[in-house]
Design a protein around this ligand. Structure first.
Ligand SMILES: [Zn+2]
Length: 201
């Protein structure tokens, strides 16, 4: 290949990259990932993702919110994505406080009354009318395995998510740097008789 041919090929490749949406090119793996924003979670590294491989959505907790539904609905229905992977993790900040503690903390820090909190600039009708709703909206949780399972279930049953979407959830163990399935804690299984017995039942 001559140098100019190599240059032309590079330009064509770049054009495909830039004009992906216009040209209807999907992300490489047809994959939507939901994960926590936590800096200890190297999402791309954990999943072995290269640039272009997936649509990745990160928020506090890696939890299903209205914008997760919005983004997933778009990529699954219009950009040919076929799979969702949810990643939650141990030692998540969303397990360190209860909803009411977050709300109390905010009220104190900002010196505001948390009534009618607006959520979306284009939807002024979307407001959280009282502090109880704000508590729920922050979505703290108690058990990372349970929250992973619950989110997968919720997504599976959501009307805007196509029924044939492959949906799985994993827990990332910050302490070992490994992914595992919910409730499949290998360390416990190999270290305690109780887990060994319950497993063989
Ligand atoms: Zn987290």
């Amino acid at each position: 290949m001559s140098l100019s041919e190599k240059i032309d090929a590079k330009i064509a490749q770049r054009e495909d990259w830039v004009l992906r949406r216009q040209k209807g090119i999907t992300n490489n793996l047809k994959l939507f990932v939901l994960a926590c924003m936590d800096e200890r979670l190297p999402v791309e590294e954990i999943l072995g993702l290269e640039p272009g491989d997936a649509h990745v959505f990160r928020n506090a907790g890696g939890l299903v919110t209205d914008d997760v539904i919005r983004s997933a609905a778009l990529t699954l229905n219009f950009f040919e994505s076929k799979e969702i992977i949810v990643i939650n993790h141990t030692e998540c900040g969303m397990m360190t406080a209860k909803g009411h503690e977050v709300v109390d903390g905010l009220a104190e820090k900002l010196n505001v009354d948390l009534q009618n909190v607006p959520l979306d600039p284009s939807l002024p009708e979307l407001v959280l009318s009282d502090p109880k709703a704000v508590e729920k909206w922050f979505k703290t949780f108690d058990n990372v395995d349970e929250i992973t399972i619950a989110q997968v279930e919720y997504l599976r049953n959501h009307p805007l998510i196509p029924k044939d979407t492959v949906i799985n959830g994993y827990v990332y163990e910050v302490e070992t740097g490994q992914l595992r399935k919910p409730h499949r804690i290998l360390g416990r299984k190999v270290n305690t008789r109780e887990e060994l017995l319950s497993e063989s039942e």
